[in-house]
Design a binder for this molecule. Structure first.
Ligand code: NDP
Length: 287
């Protein structure tokens, strides 16, 4: 079977170009650019690289970026004070605290301290509740990007059987909710699922977010299924980045597949830009 690779990278470039024009137009109208503040605690290599990617996207789109770097020894109170200042700064539209945080800092407490109207990650309980109640709010970036990737390829979601492997608060659960809202029939699988292969094989659309390199093989994929690989892992043999799906094994068996890197990652960052723009619009239009 012919497998089409959906390029999240190309889609991200297209969306960012469109957003750049829009940001320019809005700048002319409102006299200021959207502004995203990113707080980076410590020097974890993954986090540093993600933050660089976000800075680059801000430049592409014309969003003002403020990256606040703090050592891993920062106290929780010091971090909360920075967030409080950003919450009260009328020129800051979005606040993102790069996770994970050092162990002595309570992540939940930190996330909950971000003003819901500036919570561009969509992790604040108020935004989580809005998603589940179908009320206006900020949708988390990765799940939002996954839906855009699927729809960009012209894939129909309504009525399809979808399986989401992984049930984290940031990917699995919210993407399962979004797929449900798009009228898919959704199964959520996880580490305690029995006969996982039998479950995943039922899916027309299989979304995998588990953090296990090349875990999903052809035998767990229905022929002709759409496979969305969210995982970002190091291949234990080559040391290169790879997904949760064994791309080479599934290629030729699925109808569509996303790649790692170049799949969901770039769309996650693009949706972060979209969320910042949404927050900005609320702020400037409320004035
Ligand atoms: P978490 O570790 O928070 O959650 C992992 C989930 O996978 C859990 O629900 C866990 O089940 C499930 N799981 C783990 N092992 C298995 C298994 N063997 N079989 C079935 N289910 C399993 O991870 P995240 O959701 O934060 O991230 C998942 C992956 O996606 C990671 O590789 C991460 O790097 C990547 N990611 C990529 C992003 C992007 O932009 N491309 C953004 C965010 C994440 P249980 O609940 O039972 O423990």
């Amino acid at each position: 079977m012919e497998t089409k690779v959906i390029s999240g990278k190309e889609l991200a470039q297209l969306h960012q170009l469109q957003m750049k024009d829009r940001v320019e137009m809005l700048y002319n109208k409102y006299g200021r650019k959207p502004k995203l503040a990113v707080i980076l605690v410590g020097d974890d290599a993954g986090s540093v690289s993600y933050v660089k990617g976000k800075e680059k996207a801000c430049i592409n789109v014309g969003i003002e970026n403020l990256t606040i770097k703090k050592p891993a020894t920062i106290t929780q109170d010091e971090l909360l004070a920075i967030i409080n200042d950003l919450n009260n700064d009328p020129l800051v539209d979005g606040i993102l605290v790069q996770l994970p945080l050092p162990k002595h800092i309570n992540e939940t407490y930190v996330i909950n301290s971000i003003a819901p109207t500036k919570d561009v990650d969509g992790f604040h309980p108020q935004n989580v509740a809005s998603l589940y109640l179908k009320q206006p709010g900020i949708i988390p970036c990765t799940p939002k990007g996954i839906i855009q990737v699927i729809e960009s390829a012209g894939i129909k979601i309504q009525g399809k059987r979808a399986c989401v492997v992984g049930r984290s608060n940031i990917v699995g659960l919210p993407v399962a909710k979004l797929m449900t809202d798009k009228n898919a029939t959704v199964t959520i699988a996880h580490s305690k699922t029995e006969n996982l292969i039998e479950v995943t094989k039922e899916a027309d659309i299989l979304i995998v977010a588990i953090g296990r390199p090349k875990f999903i093989k052809k035998e767990g994929v229905k022929e002709g299924a759409v496979v969305i690989d969210v995982g970002v892992n190091r291949d234990l043999e080559t040391g290169k980045l790879c997904g949760d799906v064994d791309f080479d094994d599934v290629f030729g068996h699925a109808s569509y597949i996303t790649k790692v890197p170049g799949g969901i990652g770039p769309m996650t960052i693009t949706c972060l830009m979209e969320n910042t723009l949404e927050c900005y619009l609320k702020h400037v239009e409320e004035k």
